[in-house]
Design a protein around this ligand. Sequence first.
Ligand SMILES: Nc1ncnc2c1ncn2[C@@H]1O[C@H](COP(=O)(O)OP(=O)(O)OP(=O)(O)O)[C@@H](O)[C@H]1O
Length: 209
Amino acid sequence: MLQATDLACLKGDRLLFRGLALTLGPGDMLRVAGPNGVGKTSLLRLLTGLTWPEAGEVAWHGVPVRREREAFHRALLYLGHAAALNDLLSPLENLRFACAAAGDEDVDEERCAQALVRIGLARQLDLPARVLSQGQRRRVGLARLFLSAHRPLWVLDEPFTALDVNAVAELATTLSDHCAAGGTVVLTTHQEAPFARAPQVLDLGAYAC
Ligand SMILES: Nc1ncnc2c1ncn2[C@@H]1O[C@H](COP(=O)(O)OP(=O)(O)OP(=O)(O)O)[C@@H](O)[C@H]1O
């Protein structure tokens, strides 16, 4: 269970939001909504323990993330809004590197290749990432979803950006399936997606300072 209590977020000298609380359990999907610049990415980074709040606390199964950060990160998949690829490496090399960096050493080349094929990159496996389209770059990162069923909490910043209609539908299904299997998803998006069940919505504007 992911719990946030009385969160406040400071960026530079500006308090973006305060008094934010949420509780998410197995099967829950939360969409963080709000206009550009309201603080959605900043909130996701607080929820993942990549940054710390000005006030309040984030806890995973009742344990403050500050206290058990490594255990929390083993339970977490975070995909930021930028694809964060090394342009000199292939999608396969990028994915293997990302899995190894996240501690998924048991994910071998074959599983990475299968994930990339499943996400529609069969013909791009060995191309340098610099020649990929924006949608293909996004897919390389999203391939990690197929290798992360063991991580209950998925936090995804604008995962639908640059995807075509079919890919949006497939991604919505993948996220819905993760929740149906007892996982938890937090995401931001400015577009509608065909989820099996409508996600809960957190309007960050309501907490803006
Ligand atoms: N290091 C920083 N110093 C000052 N301001 C910052 C800093 N980092 C972010 N900001 C500001 O914080 C605000 C929130 O940024 P954030 O990226 O969280 O917004 P967002 O809701 O995700 O926006 P978008 O919908 O455009 O992705 C923005 O106004 C941004 O300019």
